[in-house]
Design a protein around this ligand. Structure first.
Ligand code: ZN
Length: 58
């Protein structure tokens, strides 16, 4: 497993090592949706997902 830090609450969140850029991960602590923005080996970064107001359609 790899880990990321929640930008909202700084919790450490485990993610799959083969996580893909653009994947959405829920923070286990605050529930914030996080978008994976960078994957460089085990160095994975995420930001708060900006899903509010967006409609991806169905
Ligand atoms: Zn959090």
């Amino acid at each position: 497993m790899a880990t990321i830090s929640c930008p909202e609450c700084a919790a450490t969140i485990e993610v799959a090592e083969d996580v893909m850029i653009g994947e959405i991960v829920d923070c286990i602590d605050c529930g914030q949706e996080l978008e994976i923005i960078s994957v460089d080996g085990a160095n994975i970064q995420a930001r708060i997902a900006e899903s509010e107001g967006e409609d991806f359609g169905e």
